[in-house]
Design a protein around this ligand. Structure first.
Ligand SMILES: [Zn+2]
Length: 249
């Protein structure tokens, strides 16, 4: 209809009508683009809402399922340090069973994963831009950086494992229980330590010192990941208007 009017106006050399029709055409195109942009923006905000809701679901799922690794690691570290005081210092005290167990597992650095699948998807598809909430987006970025750093450190720390019992068989032995159905020798207190021989073995003490430092560093790295996870949860809660207790592990 507009095109017919435009052709008719040109034939009649009615330049005022030609100009008017052209203005109507241009305005129509501009409004069409604007409506498309509005619709796209509205769809993006709906998608953002779905992503943040899913993010919260995954955060809650991880918090419900992970064990209290920080407390467990702190307990092992405490026993490792008290054992070290007896072994490195001028002491005649024997190691306690928990201290001996801590030595047997001093090479184990691990923590439950705090990786969130929805963030991995956003990163791989490049859809991180859909999150326009500044606090949530910043918290996601910080969490991603902390998680990446932790993975790199996990690989580096486990590149050379100093597993003390097999490396120093003369210093450890394992006492099997009468019924060994669920025997878990490294962790369940079955290990026995030759404290006097440990004090005299420089290779063993140096390896132990290495494991203590690695464990301390890994703990720092993982606390950083846990802090970024907690901060992300808080930002998501704020966006969703949720208030409930948040784990600080
Ligand atoms: Zn929450």
């Amino acid at each position: 209809m507009i095109l017919q009017n435009l052709v008719k106006a040109i034939r009649e050399q009615n330049w005022f009508a030609v100009g008017l029709e052209l203005i109507i055409v241009v305005l129509g195109v501009v409004m069409g683009f604007q409506v498309t942009a509005w619709n796209s923006e509205r769809e993006d905000r709906v998608t953002e809402g779905h992503i943040i809701a899913r993010l919260h679901d995954e955060i809650m799922g991880l918090e419900d399922n992970r064990w209290d690794w920080a407390a467990e690691r702190a307990s092992t570290r405490e026993n490792l340090l008290s054992a070290s005081q007896k072994l490195f210092a001028e002491s005649v005290e024997n190691l306690t069973p928990p201290e001996c167990t801590a030595l047997a597992m001093s090479h184990i650095f691990n923590a439950p994963s705090l990786a969130l699948p929805v963030i991995a998807e956003l990163e791989s598809t490049g859809d991180l831009d859909l999150i326009v909430n500044g606090d949530v987006r910043t918290a996601i970025t910080v969490n991603l950086q902390a998680d990446t750093w932790a993975r790199e450190m996990d690989t580096a720390l486990n590149h050379e494992i100093l597993n003390l019992p097999p490396d120093h068989p003369q210093l450890f032995h394992f006492a099997a229980p009468a019924t060994g159905d669920n025997w878990n020798p490294v962790f369940d207190g079955s290990v026995r330590c030759n404290t006097d021989a440990m004090r005299e073995n420089r290779a063993f003490l140096n390896a132990l010192a290495d494991n203590i430092s690695k464990g301390n560093f890994y703990m720092t790295v993982m606390v950083n990941v846990a802090d970024s996870f907690t901060a992300l949860h808080a930002a998501v809660d704020l966006e969703l208007g949720l208030t409930h207790s948040v784990s600080t592990d």
